[in-house]
Design a protein around this ligand. Structure first.
Ligand code: GDP
Length: 485
């Protein structure tokens, strides 16, 4: 480099720093969770409540009246789809239907203008914080461990998981097909495709079967984004592989190459471009569904939470650590949909999530970031009431069950408000976790029906209030409260 080049680089660096100083501080908040955990609903309600001055008594900056304005701005990343906030709110508020769920990554910038609580901060801060909310499927995150695994290790583990009692029947067709395949035979596109299709049908069945089993990689088989049908997604594990080198031109060689391509072209860029730039993270879990499905599903959920946490803090010495440009310093593990329970059970749900998260933290050998847990409902679809039965007064929840939902013989039409006795979570939380193989845990006996989004209340002046929630303000306080001090 000549003198002028060097001078230019130095100037560019200075200029870059200067713009960095001038623009308002930003915080990247990742929102993840397995499919249907509640990501879309959470982001929509969070933004709606902030923009419309919702009731957020536990979000200190709002409660003390220091937030003057919250509004949406153009996001900084041009190549990432925008989170379709307006469409989702229209669905929730106007049509009272649940919005379309997350299928790929998306982003939204929410800017908050506020007054600092301390005089010192008022002097030196811009009084403006931009929160870049990044919504992405947890399935994609769970691909990360693949980076450390060879195709053979991936194959062996996939078969091991598929043979477990909870999955054996769902994976039977794929395992049967695999057993007829000779990995050393010549590569054949049609064989590769039928194996990939059968394998991904099994992965999808684990999700759809109502057993609430959580995810197995590769994540794009469940959530392909824009990669559907591409060669990088047309592979599958093969059974009984030896350590011998794959013969050139064989099916095994083809599968191995595609698996490596998946890692290089799908997993790594996603991780580098999105995950390593996050500052804060919320992991949403559908604990209600897992509780309803029983201890096997709870164990599965715990494993997923453990693996998700491990992705944010790869162990020391891992090549992944070098990829992080920022450090996630706060993670919230939140069970949403608590509005399916009476408030008397909310603390129990939270205790269950805490137990689950604690075990996951321990198993993931996780440390460094502050982890909190919460039982919440991003959108509260029910009210509470009581029903007299004989001499007893029973707590109930009241809402409009979705069309087609049933309890016993009763089938709901999607229009009628109904009181439902939701059932209790067990007081002894141990009982919802798997004890050991021989002694299955107690059934929590919940009555789980899905409700329509609520009708929004109006004030006396006719102003529509923002979306009702349970403890969304606590989530906000933990995730961004300290940045508005
Ligand atoms: P995503 O796949 O993580 O984006 O999940 P969604 O946000 O689309 O949520 C999936 C479904 O869970 C929704 O369609 C709702 O039926 C339900 N759901 C999510 N959040 C809540 C909540 O706070 N309360 C209630 N009652 N249902 C919720």
């Amino acid at each position: 480099t000549t003198y002028t080049d060097e001078a230019r680089i130095a100037l560019d660096t200075l200029a870059g720093r200067a713009t960095g100083l001038l623009s308002s501080p930003s915080l990247r908040l990742g929102v993840t969770g397995l499919s249907r955990a509640g990501k879309t609903v959470f982001i929509s309600s969070l933004v709606h409540n902030l923009i419309h001055g919702g009731r957020l008594p536990l979000f200190e900056a709002q409660k003390s009246g220091r937030i003057s304005r919250a509004f949406l701005e153009e996001q900084p990343d041009d190549a990432v789809p925008r989170f379709q906030y307006e469409d989702h709110i229209d669905a929730l508020v106007t049509s009272r239907v649940w919005p379309d769920s997350t299928r790929a990554i998306s982003e939204l910038r929410l800017t908050i203008e506020y007054e600092s609580a301390s005089g010192w901060n008022r002097m030196f801060s811009s009084g403006k914080l931009s929160v870049d909310i990044v919504d992405y499927p947890g399935e994609w995150l769970l691909d990360l461990p693949l980076l450390g695994k060879t195709y053979r290790e991936f194959s062996a583990e996939a078969f091991e998981m598929a043979e477990l009692p909870v999955r054996a029947d769902l994976s039977a067709a794929w395992r049967k097909l695999s057993a007829t395949i000779d990995p050393t035979a010549a590569a054949d596109e049609m064989v590769a495709r039928s194996l990939a299709e059968s394998f991904s049908a099994y992965l999808k069945a684990c999700k759809d079967d109502g057993r609430a089993l959580s995810t197995l990689p590769p994540g794009r088989f469940l959530m392909p984004g824009d990669l559907d049908g591409s060669p990088a997604l047309t592979f599958a594990p093969l059974p009984g592989l030896s350590d011998d080198r794959a013969r050139a031109g064989s099916l095994l060689a083809m599968m191995e190459r595609r698996y490596e391509a998946y890692k290089t072209h799908v997993v790594k860029p996603f991780f580098r471009e999105h995950i390593t730039r996050l500052d804060r993270q919320i992991v949403l879990i559908d604990a209600m569904q897992a509780l309803n499905a029983g201890p096997g599903a709870m164990a599965d959920l715990e494993r997923a939470v453990m693996e998700i946490l491990a992705c944010f803090r790869p162990g020391r010495g891992s090549f992944l650590t070098d990829l992080f440009s920022r450090r996630i310093d706060r993670i919230l593990v939140a069970a949403t949909k608590a509005d399916h329970l009476h408030h008397e059970s909310h603390d129990r749900l939270q205790a269950i999530v805490r137990r689950l998260a604690d075990r996951a933290i321990k198993r993931a050998n996780f440390s460094g970031a502050e982890v909190d847990v919460l039982a919440m409902a991003a959108v509260r679809a029910t009210r509470e009431g009581t029903v007299k039965q004989g001499r007893e007064t029973l707590p109930v929840i009241i809402g409009t069950p979705l069309k087609g939902e049933t309890i016993g013989d009763e089938k709901f039409d999607g229009e009628t408000e109904t009181a439902i006795f939701p059932g209790d979570l067990p007081a002894k939380i141990d009982t919802v976790f798997m004890q050991d193989e021989d002694a299955p845990a107690a059934d929590p006996a919940l009555r789980f029906v899905r409700f329509r989004p609520p009708k929004l209340e109006k004030t006396a002046e006719g102003i529509t209030l923002s979306l009702p929630h349970i403890r969304l303000d606590r989530a906000l306080q933990f995730l961004i409260g300290d940045q508005l001090a």
